[in-house]
Design a protein around this ligand. Structure first.
Ligand code: C2E
Ligand code: CA
Ligand code: CA
Ligand code: CA
Length: 275
């Protein structure tokens, strides 16, 4: 295992994944992480592009590993998926996110929460029941919950359309995450009952606000396409004012990124944005 460096939170070293013993150990660690309370749900603000008012958050999981420090979800979500642990972790995330929102709703009832769903969660028999439970336990209105799915769900899950319709029938909203990084075609965008698109962060990287730049033209085209299909657009990875202003100028509805805030623990988000 990687050593912790001083009092710093060491980042998990990806090359450990190549050592079988490390993988097995990390897998065993992940099994126990939940009962030991090592998982924590952070939230990143999502703001209105015109007013910059907080409209909601995206829930993002964190793992405080006792020896490795903070392990990134990019590293342990794949492990959770391959082991099936994502089912219990995913159910926990849904419940936690809805409970956090229920608390915020006492003073800010217009807020929403977005929760990432792994394609693997669509293979379980009772995803609908899991979502319904989270809504019931927390008491939040279904339309305040946005489920973020990736293009892989639309492509690979046999009865994705029926499952997504059943979720929509519960009243929750559906966002297509990481838009532009997969294979989604126009026909998918039309066929599935989506409510919004999230333009992947990689598209924002080249955006400087240059009126005729290629990245700007691509983002503008995605906005037109999404709006033509009746979908609202959240732009991820907004890191500077030029990007935020550009998205506003092309009628992007919502913004998310370090310009506004990094993902925060619940209490920090409450203190910073909801007082
Ligand atoms: P994602 O769903 O695309 O989430 C957005 C990621 O972009 C987050 O990384 C967030 O911290 C990061 N980000 C936000 N704004 C900026 C910015 O302005 N600049 C840069 N450079 N990055 C920004 P994070 O939290 O490390 O999560 C990584 C991925 O792990 C997520 O990507 C998502 O695919 C997955 N993930 C996180 N939490 C969960 C979960 O509860 N369930 C599932 N299934 N997947 C999750
Ligand atoms: Ca997401
Ligand atoms: Ca995303
Ligand atoms: Ca992404």
């Amino acid at each position: 295992h990687a050593k912790r460096t001083g009092t710093h939170v060491a980042t998990y070293q990806p090359d450990l994944l190549r050592q079988d013993t490390a993988v097995i150990s990390l897998e065993a660690d992940l099994y126990r992480a939940q009962e030991r309370g090592e998982l924590e749900l952070f939230h990143q603000p999502i703001v209105h592009a015109q007013t910059r008012a907080l409209v909601g958050t995206e829930a993002l999981i964190r793992w405080h590993h006792p020896r490795l420090g903070l392990v990134s979800p990019a590293q342990f979500i794949p492990l959770a998926e391959s082991t099936g642990l994502i089912l219990t972790i995913g159910a926990w995330v849904l419940r936690q996110a809805c409970m956090h929102l229920a608390e915020w709703h006492r003073t800010h009832p217009h807020l929403s929460v977005s929760v990432n769903l792994s394609p693997r969660q669509f293979w379980q028999p009772d995803l609908i029941g899991t979502v319904r439970d989270a809504l019931e336990v927390s008491g939040i209105p279904p339309e305040a919950l946005i489920l973020e799915i990736t293009e892989g769900v639309l492509m690979d899950i046999p009865d994705a359309e029926a499952t997504l319709r059943a979720l929509r029938d519960l009243g929750v909203r559906l966002a297509l995450d990481d838009f532009g990084t997969g294979y989604s075609s126009l026909s998918y965008l039309r066929r599935f009952p989506l409510t919004s698109l999230k333009i992947d962060r990689s598209f924002m990287d080249g955006v400087t606000g240059d009126d005729q730049g290629t990245p700007e033209n691509v983002v503008r085209a995605v906005m037109l396409l999404a709006h033509a299909l009746g979908l609202s657009v959240t732009s991820e990875g907004v890191e500077n004012e030029a990007q935020a202003n550009f998205i506003r100028s092309v009628n992007g509805e919502l913004l998310q990124g370090y310009l506004f805030s990094r993902p925060l623990p619940v209490q920090d988000l409450t203190d910073t944005f909801l007082r």
